[in-house]
Every structure is written in structure tokens, then in C-alpha cells.
Design a binder for this molecule. Structure first.
Ligand code: ADP
Length: 545
């Protein structure tokens, strides 16, 4: 029982403690804000409590609202407001924080660590620019009703109040949120040095412009831009942390300078200088907050992309390795099938009947087909895994072409297709790997024959064009639709696939050919018209002596 009561009391006490702490921070921050020349005694240049209240309610929940109310009441009573006016102002301040938090929580996926552009823009526009109007309106109305401000200065008081709260919100809330919710950064020595350098630069420039008695700096509002290079530096290198801290430091320096009547914002009257300063602070804070989060989002996207690329490359390597191992394992039993069926067909066991011989022949044909497929898969897997090195040397083009026709003669004869070959200059020498070059051209020829109807024509040619040798294999076959011309180079892609497919093959020939060609410093391309025919082109460098 005792421990139960203790458990219940602890959160309540803690809650009360948090409320009192917030009230105290609010009151102290409010008194500090009011030190900076208040318009009509209450509306001040910067109202830091708005930022504290917003951050506290975002981090610890709505239930801390009494802290805001209490803090605001204390400040206003201490400043000399009659109780009804102080109660009104405190209500406005509390509503401002509660509404600000409510609006931000309506943003889907909002996190106080402000990692997305939409979250930062939300803080600037919803909590900073909009919710603060509530406080300004209720506050100024309370002052007016209590007779503290006259009708003549209502507008001026309202603007100062609103801008003061807005600056408090966008200057302090992001600073507190970013520093309290994100894991502490581990900075290397050079990074620490850079932090010191960039913030040191802000400090020195700030002291120079705002601390100096030099009259030439007075009233030159545009000179606020002297901080921009350092703010850009801090923001690009340290994201939102750099931006929030940089703006804060600049603002402290600028406020101090202006209040002591120094520096670029000092004008003919204090009120006009303060308005100039307010404008600068609001614009700088808004700009660099957005800039900071955009930089962070971009950096995150780059990291994600790099990670995804790493994962994809690793998956691809694993896949290639798997294919290589599998292909190797499959070839061993196939060799046994080949050996035994050959033995049978030679009649080494017993002479075969015609039917048996026919069956064995079918077994052998299928075995050879399967072996071809497996060899292609293995070849492709090795190329993909980068395990294949292809060295190029001088190759006589005509000699290579001479070796091809005998290899495809059976297929040509089976379909009564004519193979024509143009004359090739005997001195034409390409830079290539001979077996690989033969493999590519054989693949083109096999495709040409495979996709050409009986009694069609296939031709092969090779010519020199500038610094390259261009090999072309043309056919009068079925052709390839224009939108599939690039796809045929993708591994395993076949224009006609599925159960209706009439042609054998795995769809690796062109993928392998292009890979090899590129490894030899060349390339493969294809042009085609459906129903008319196709032309596949391989270019390779001329061998230069
Ligand atoms: P495979 O011939 O083993 O299917 P390829 O990579 O060599 O694999 O070719 C891929 C696809 O490109 C073929 O399936 C076919 O659809 C198309 N193709 C290739 N060459 C030709 C050609 N000469 N005529 C028509 N289609 C072709």
C-alpha cells in the first residue's frame, strides 16, 4: 500500500515541480525580455517566454499549461498590470502555446526533433506566425480595456507584441528542441575546431559592428548581411544545430548592440531601431531554419541512397555467387548423363533397337541444350560478379569471320537460310579477345537464324569506321517492337515469353554480349522493324600499332 501511494505521489509531485519550473523560467525570461525597451510598457522586442513555453509543451505535453499561465501572470503583475489585465494577458499567452502545439501536432508525423522541412515550416508559420496572433490580440485587448494603451497606439503595440512573440518562438523553440531531442553529436577534433572558428567569426564580426562607437555603422540596416557568410557556413556544415545556435548568437549580439545604441540597426529613435532589428531577426531566423533543415534532408537522402546502393551491390554479389555455385553443381550430373548416353548410343552395352536409339538421341540433344543454358548462366554470373577478366589483343577480323559459318551450318541448312558475308579487308585488325569475339558474333548469328522464318536471309559484315570496327549481323526475321529494343539487353528478358513461346534460349545472350563488348572497350546495339528484320551491331576499337 505504502509503495503504491509513493508511486502515485511521485508523478504528481514531479508534475507540480515541472509546472513550477516552467513558471519560473517563463517569468525570468519575461522579465529579461521586458528589459529591452517595451512598447507601451508590455509589448517587447523579443518575448523569449513564447519559445520556452512552446518547447516545454511540445516536449512534456499540454499538462504543463498552468506553468505558462502562472509565469505570465507573475511577470505582468510584477510589471504593474492590474489583476484583470494580467489575467487576460496570461490567458492569451497560455492559449498561444497550447494552440501552437495543437497545430504542430496536426502535422502528420510531426516530431519535436524537427527533421523534416514541413516540421520546421510548421514551427515558423503555425506556432511562430499564427498562434502568436492570439496572444497579441488578447494581450492588447486586455491592455486597452484596462485603459493602459490608448486607441492611438493599439496598432503599434499589437505589431510589436506579435513580432516579439514570433521571434521568441522561432529563435528559441527550435534551438531548445534540436539540442534536447537529438543525440549529442560526437565531434572530431577538426570539426570542433571548425565549430569554434565559425562561431568565433560570428562573435568577432558581431563585436566589431555592434560594439563599435564608429558612427559609420549606425543606421545602415543592410549591414545585417555581414553575418550571412558565417551563418551559411555554420548551417551548411552543422545543419539545424548550426543554424539555431548561429541565429541565437547573432540575435544576442544584435539586440545588445541596438539597445546600447550601436551598430547597423541603431536609428533616429529607439522604437524605429527596434523594429528594424525585429525584421532582421525574424527574416534571418526563418531563412536559416529552412535552409538548415533542407540541408539535413538532403544529406540524409544522400546517406540513404549510399546505403541502399551498398545493400543492392551486396545482394547482387550474393546472387551471382549463388548462380555460379548452382551452375557448377548442375554441370557435374549432366556430364554423367552425357557420358552414359554416348556409351549407349555407341552400342557399347548392347546394340540398340531403332526406338531405343531415337530415345537416346533425344536424351543427348536435351542434355546438350541444358548444358548450353547452364554455361550461359555461369558465364553471366561470373561477368556480373566481376570475376571475369577479358584481355584484348590484335585480332584479324577476316579470320574470325571465317571460323563462324561452319559452326552454324546445321541450323542454316535445317531452315534453308542463306548466310551472306561481305568482303572484309584482310588487314583489318580489331582489339579484342578472340574466343569472346567469336562468342558474341555466334550469338548474333544464332539469334538471326532462330528468329528468321525458313528460306530467309542472314548476313554478316565488318568494316572500319574511324577508330572502330563495326560488325553487323542482319536478318529478314520477325523483328523486335521499338519499345522492346533496349529491354532485350536485360538479363533473362525475351520478347516472346510464357507458354506460347516458340523459340528456345534463356534470354542471356545479348546481356552477356553487351557486358563482354563493354569490357573490351566496345558496345552492342540493335535496330529492328517488326516483320522486316533486325540488325545487331557490335563496335570494337581498331587495334592501333
Ligand atoms: P535468347 O536468344 O536466349 O532468348 P538473347 O539475349 O540473345 O536471348 O535475346 C533476347 C531476346 O531478344 C530474344 O528472346 C528475342 O526475343 C529478342 N531477339 C534477339 N535477337 C533477335 C533477332 N535477331 N530477331 C528478333 N528478336 C531477337
Amino acid at each position: 500500500m505504502d509503495s503504491d501511494a509513493g508511486d502515485k505521489r511521485a508523478p504528481t509531485l514531479r508534475h507540480a515541480g515541472e509546472i513550477l519550473a516552467l513558471a519560473a523560467v517563463y517569468a525570468i525570461a519575461g522579465r529579461t525580455g521586458l528589459l529591452l525597451n517595451a512598447v507601451s510598457g508590455f509589448a517587447t522586442l523579443v518575448w523569449p517566454p513564447t519559445g520556452f513555453a512552446l518547447a516545454a509543451l511540445l516536449l512534456r505535453g499540454y499538462r504543463l499549461w498552468p506553468g505558462v499561465f502562472l509565469g505570465a501572470l507573475i511577470v505582468n503583475v510584477l510589471t504593474g498590470a492590474p489583476l484583470p489585465a494580467a489575467l487576460g494577458i496570461a490567458t492569451g499567452n497560455t492559449l498561444e502555446a497550447v494552440l501552437g502545439v495543437y497545430a504542430l501536432r496536426r502535422i502528420p508525423g510531426f516530431q519535436p526533433s524537427l527533421r523534416r522541412l514541413i516540421d520546421v515550416v510548421g514551427v515558423i508559420l503555425l506556432a511562430g506566425a499564427t498562434a502568436t496572433m492570439v496572444s497579441a490580440t488578447i494581450g492588447v485587448a486586455s491592455l486597452y480595456l484596462s485603459g493602459i494603451v490608448s486607441r492611438a497606439v493599439i496598432r503599434e503595440t499589437w505589431s510589436a507584441w506579435w513580432l516579439g512573440d514570433l521571434i521568441g518562438a522561432i529563435l528559441l523553440a527550435p534551438l531548445i528542441l534540436v539540442w534536447t531531442t537529438r543525440p549529442r553529436p560526437k565531434l572530431s577534433r577538426p570539426r570542433l575546431f571548425e565549430v569554434a572558428l565559425s562561431f568565433g567569426a560570428i562573435l568577432i564580426v558581431g563585436l566589431f559592428f555592434f560594439g563599435s562607437e564608429t558612427a559609420v555603422f549606425r543606421g545602415t540596416l543592410g549591414r545585417g548581411y555581414v553575418f550571412f557568410p558565417m551563418l551559411i557556413w555554420a548551417t551548411t556544415r552543422f545543419g539545424l544545430r548550426g543554424a539555431t545556435s548561429g541565429i541565437f548568437l547573432v540575435s544576442v549580439l544584435a539586440v545588445w548592440g541596438t539597445v546600447t545604441d550601436h551598430g547597423p540597426f541603431a536609428g533616429p529613435s529607439l522604437t524605429s531601431s527596434l523594429f528594424a532589428l525585429q525584421t532582421f531577426m525574424a527574416v534571418a531566423a526563418g531563412t536559416f531554419l529552412v535552409f538548415g533543415v533542407v540541408i539535413e534532408e538532403r544529406r540524409r537522402a544522400e546517406t540513404e541512397l549510399r546505403d541502399a546502393h551498398g545493400v543492392a551491390a551486396e545482394a547482387n554479389r550474393a546472387k551471382a555467387e549463388f548462380l555460379a555455385v548452382m551452375s557448377h553443381e548442375l554441370r557435374t550430373p549432366l556430364n554423367a548423363i552425357s557420358g552414359y548416353s554416348e556409351m549407349l548410343s555407341m552400342g557399347l552395352a548392347d546394340p540398340l533397337t531403332t526406338k531405343q536409339a531415337d530415345a537416346v538421341m533425344r536424351i543427348r540433344r536435351n542434355q546438350q541444350h541444358l548444358l548450353l543454358l547452364i554455361n550461359q548462366v555461369l558465364d553471366f554470373a561470373k561477368l556480373e560478379a566481376g570475376q571475369t577478366t577479358i584481355d584484348a589483343r590484335a585480332v584479324c577480323v577476316r579470320e574470325v569471320l571465317d571460323t563462324l559459318e561452319p559452326l552454324v551450318r546445321p541450323q542454316l541448312e535445317a531452315k534453308r537460310i542463306a548466310l551472306t558475308r561481305c568482303d572484309v579487308d584482310p588487314s583489318l585488325v580489331a582489339s579484342a579477345n578472340p574466343p569472346r569475339l567469336r562468342q558474341i558474333l555466334l550469338n548474333f548469328l544464332t539469334n538471326g537464324i532462330k528468329f528468321t522464318p525458313e528460306e530467309g536471309r542472314v548476313s554478316i559484315a565488318a568494316t572500319r569506321i574511324g577508330d572502330v570496327v563495326e560488325f553487323t549481323v542482319s536478318d529478314t526475321g520477325i523483328g523486335i517492337p521499338a519499345d522492346k529494343l533496349e529491354k532485350v539487353f536485360e538479363p533473362f528478358y525475351q520478347v516472346e515469353s510464357g507458354p506460347t513461346r516458340r523459340f528456345d534460349g534463356v534470354g542471356l545472350g545479348l546481356a552477356i554480349s553487351r557486358d563482354i563488348a563493354r569490357k573490351m572497350g566496345g558496345d552492342v546495339s540493335i535496330a529492328s522493324t517488326v516483320g522486316v528484320g533486325s540488325r545487331v551491331t557490335l563496335v570494337l576499337p581498331v587495334y592501333l600499332v
